[in-house]
Design a protein around this ligand. Structure first.
Ligand SMILES: C[S@@+](CC[C@H](N)C(=O)[O-])C[C@H]1O[C@@H](n2cnc3c(N)ncnc32)[C@H](O)[C@@H]1O
Length: 249
């Protein structure tokens, strides 16, 4: 079981994780256990203040050191040995390989920032790793934690059931996934590619591999630079590129 502690000022937002869909089922099946820690429980005044103005002036508020530190300590007590991961736009860009590595951990602690972020001294003192979802700024780290949690959960064995698997998903093997189709065979004059109706599993596998390589080449060429291709894949990609040339003549 993966044990995750989340340090957040908005624990209610994590109902979205525990009550719905794949992640809700994973919680029910005991594949993952989520515990929530609220820094406000460690505020030291009657107003339960957890933020204050930034030294040096400027707009916004900063999350105070002490309430957050105590909340992280609560999480450490509940999850001994767990590393602390802060979600922040200034962190390392999160990729599928990172999600795979995190999902293999026994336990981890996620910290969601708010306002202008955390007092830097707390990051120095308590945080092991910083992750960013991308080069844009969210209002709070809760959605970022939920994204990371969701991505990890669908990798846990048993979370997706027998009917589907994360093994062919985009990025699982360094490529975007092939296109998908379902019934009916024709809709608004658009037909499913004939090969998918052929029942020829070898041909379907090759077609899907070619499409995965081709759309990665078209949409995310930088992924192919990192991806060693075997002889069959090289051939399929060459075929795809040649077909592109023909279709644009
Ligand atoms: C408004 S942001 C703070 C941004 C901060 N002032 C800065 O410019 O780096 C509040 C919180 O949202 C979360 N957050 C915002 N954007 C994020 C991103 N791209 N990835 C991960 N977390 C993010 C972080 O937890 C952050 O502390």
């Amino acid at each position: 079981m993966l044990k995750v502690g989340v340090v957040t000022l908005f624990p209610e937002m994590f109902d979205l994780y525990s009550d719905w869909g794949v992640s809700g089922r994973a919680v029910d099946r005991g594949l993952v256990h989520l515990s929530l820690f609220n820094p406000r429980d460690h505020a030291e005044d009657a107003h339960r203040t957890v933020d204050d103005r930034p030294y040096g002036g400027g707009p916004g508020m900063v999350m105070m050191y002490r309430p957050l530190q105590r909340s992280i300590q609560d999480a450490r007590m509940a999850l001994p040995g767990a590393k602390v991961h802060l979600l922040t736009p200034q962190g390392q860009r999160l990729e599928q390989a990172d999600v795979q590595a995190l999902a293999r951990m026994e336990s981890l602690i996620l910290v969601a920032g708010r306002y202008e972020g955390l007092d830097e001294r707390l990051i120095d003192a308590e945080v092991d790793q910083q992750w960013s979802l991308g080069d844009y700024v969210l209002s709070g780290g809760e959605l970022a934690c939920l994204v990371l949690l969701d991505a990890m959960t669908r990798l846990l064995p048993g979370s997706l059931g027998d009917e589907c698997s994360a093994g062919d998903d985009s990025f699982a093997h360094g490529l975007l996934e092939h296109p998908q189709y379902t019934r009916p065979e024709e809709v608004d004059g658009r037909r499913v590619p004939e090969i998918l109706l052929s029942g020829n599993h070898g041909a379907i596998r090759r077609w899907r591999m070619k499409q995965a390589l081709g759309r990665t080449w078209l949409r995310r060429p930088e992924l192919l630079e990192r991806q060693p291709l075997d002889a069959e894949q090289k051939l399929l990609l060459e075929e795809f590129i040649a077909e592109q040339g023909q279709s644009s003549v």
